[in-house]
Ligand binder design. Structure first.
Ligand SMILES: [Ca+2]
Length: 232
């Protein structure tokens, strides 16, 4: 299966930043990073106040498989944009009482400073990160400023439909063991991290999750402990 074409799914989505917006909240607002304007003077950028943890976050309003994130640094005080992490959450992490001290699924970490008015491209490693909320976070009592943030994903994600066939096991090889999970939804999410896979099967008794590419009707059997999920 070829590499998917990626688009920026963060554009004009809803954003937030903390610990509050620096100085004038109407000027350095968090949505400056998703307005599509790639100017790097401070007034076009986000700008947090400072505390032990500074963060900026976008709600993609759907679950996406995120391959990489690009951030545009401002044209002055550029040294501030270093030692930051990009993490991804399925649900709004602000609901967690420990927020912003909670850590999501880490897409990437960048320790070296980003240059003046430069883009930094961070690839989610070792695999795409799956989630809805993408955060840029750093520690250390220093403002976080971002002039634009792009989140690259296949544009249609998790609008993908899977048709469940209960009491069915596929024996079509190869079957990739994806883990042991408590629910078929986690099995589906695990499968989506592998672009080449589009079929999964879940064992309701022991939680085993298997992924595959094709399914052959001849190699399906009735099995009460398994459900087969095939992309529609
Ligand atoms: Ca902008």
């Amino acid at each position: 299966m070829e590499a998917p074409s990626l688009t920026n799914v963060a554009l004009n989505k809803s954003t937030a930043q903390g610990p509050g917006t620096w100085s004038d909240p109407t000027l350095y607002k968090s949505d400056n990073a998703v307005d599509g304007i790639e100017k790097t003077e401070a007034m076009y950028c986000t700008h947090t106040s400072y505390a032990n943890i500074m963060w900026w976050m976008v709600d993609l309003q759907a679950i996406y498989r995120i391959y990489r994130v690009a951030v545009l640094n401002r044209g002055s005080f550029e040294y501030r944009l270093q030692n930051f992490t990009i993490d991804v959450f399925m649900n709004d992490p602000r609901a967690d009482p420990d927020f912003p001290g909670t850590l999501g699924n880490i897409c990437a970490y960048r320790n070296i400073p980003v240059g003046v008015s430069q883009w930094a491209e961070l690839t989610c490693d070792p695999r795409p990160s799956i989630g809805r909320f993408v955060r840029v976070v750093k520690t250390g009592y220093e403002h976080l400023t971002l002039c634009e943030v792009k989140v690259f994903s296949p544009s249609i994600q998790f609008g993908r439909n899977f048709v469940r066939t209960p009491n069915t096991k596929s024996h079509t090889e190869p079957q990739h063991f994806l883990g042991v999970f408590s629910s078929p939804i986690y099995c589906a999410l695990a499968m989506l991290q592998y672009t080449e896979l589009n079929i999964n099967q879940f064992n309701h008794l022991d939680g085993r999750c298997l992924g595959s590419i094709t399914v052959s009707g001849k190699e399906i059997s009735s099995d009460q402990s398994w459900s087969l999920y095939i992309e529609d």
